[in-house]
Design a protein. Structure first.
Ligand code: RAM
Length: 344
């Protein structure tokens, strides 16, 4: 029942996904109703996961009578985001939600935004606590790391070589998850599991494909590739499927059901995890307005209502700043993937 309700809600926002695709593709501005202008800056264009976060953000801002401005650079670099943020400062936006391409490098430009009176917070991929008022986190970062190691252990049958295919080497969300994975792997239970390499596909499809091919070539006994990125996991599962390696090398990680259904079905990725990216963006839109109206300042203990998602409380984050957590990661497998593949 709970799932049904969730699906109906998500299906209603899917219209916003389609509606916002054009604005996203051009990296341009989205005109909207009156009120405040709230900006969202994703890592890079061309990422379906990012499109869904933006759709949720835009829907939430419009629901509250504001105007969303969605921008993404062509490449996932800090330099490109700095240029965009400089433009947003000139445009005197009310708030900036940053999905950081680097933890520290954006601090000068985000401080400039703060000094101009703009409310700055991060979402998905955090920036350092000095650069943000708070962070919108999809799920508990440690839980994601532990869950992915348990999956690798299970799929490898308890021993053998595993590798990680990540996004960029600077992405703070992936780096945090990988740190927690390494901590978990250090436990005695995983003594026979050998992490041979962390490769970086930069959230670019072609680079993720070639990095996967490189891993398979360098490590012929590789049993599992864990990709904590929706772009990486889809590329890795495609390579394993195309090369008839299903059953020899397993892929798992964080994937979009719409992109991964065929690979869950063919067994190259027996199961994977994610959360609802539309809801991550939607939650962000309520943080934007709560910060801008002064209802919250971003300190631990601050409470606010996030529309259809209900009440949230800001908590202390492991990096010394604060964050708000959407909820636990969700497991997608053969038994439920058909229910989700058309939702996000
Ligand atoms: C990619 C991006 C995003 C991350 C997901 C899991 O789409 O790197 O930031 O949260 O994967």
């Amino acid at each position: 029942m709970k799932n049904m309700v969730k699906k109906v809600i998500v299906l209603s926002t899917i219209m916003a996904v389609i509606g916002s695709a054009a604005a996203f593709a051009g990296g341009g501005q989205q005109a909207g109703g009156g009120g405040d202008r709230h900006a969202f800056v994703f890592k890079s264009t061309g990422n379906p996961y990012g499109e869904r976060q933006i759709a949720g953000f835009e829907a939430g801002i419009k629901e509250q009578g504001g105007t969303p401005i969605s921008r993404s650079p062509d490449l996932p670099t800090a330099e490109a985001q700095i240029q965009i943020i400089d433009q947003l400062i000139s445009q005197k936006v009310t708030s900036i939600c940053i999905v950081g391409n680097d933890f520290d490098a954006l601090q000068p430009v985000l401080t400039k935004a703060k000094n101009a009176g703009i409310k700055v917070y991060s979402l998905d991929s955090s920036v350092n606590p000095a650069s943000r008022l708070t962070h919108v986190n999809q799920a508990d970062s440690e839980k994601i790391g532990v869950t992915l190691v348990e999956a690798a252990y299970d799929l490898a049958g308890g021993s053998g070589e595993i590798a990680i295919l990540s996004a960029t080497s600077q992405a703070s969300n992936q780096n945090l998850w990988i740190d927690y994975m390494k901590k978990e792997l250090a436990k005695p239970k995983y003594a026979n599991l050998n992490l041979v390499k962390v490769a970086y596909g930069d959230d670019l499809r072609d680079k993720s494909v070639s990095e996967t091919e490189g891993l398979l070539l360098s490590y012929p006994n590789l049993k599992v590739i864990v990709a904590p990125t929706t772009v990486g996991i889809a590329a890795a599962a495609k390579v394993v499927s195309d090369r008839n390696l299903i059953g020899k090398v397993f892929i798992t990680g964080l994937g979009l059901p719409s992109e991964m259904a065929e690979y869950i079905d063919n067994g190259s990725c027996p199961y994977m995890y994610l959360w609802n990216p539309i809801d991550v963006g939607y939650l962000g839109s309520w943080v934007a307005t709560a910060l801008s109206s002064g209802k919250i300042t971003g300190k631990a203990g601050d409470k606010f209502t996030a529309g259809r998602l209900g009440e949230y409380t800001i908590v202390a984050a492991p990096d010394g700043g604060t964050e708000v957590l959407l909820g636990p990661p969700f497991k997608f497998e053969k038994a439920n993937i058909n229910d989700w593949k058309s939702v996000y």
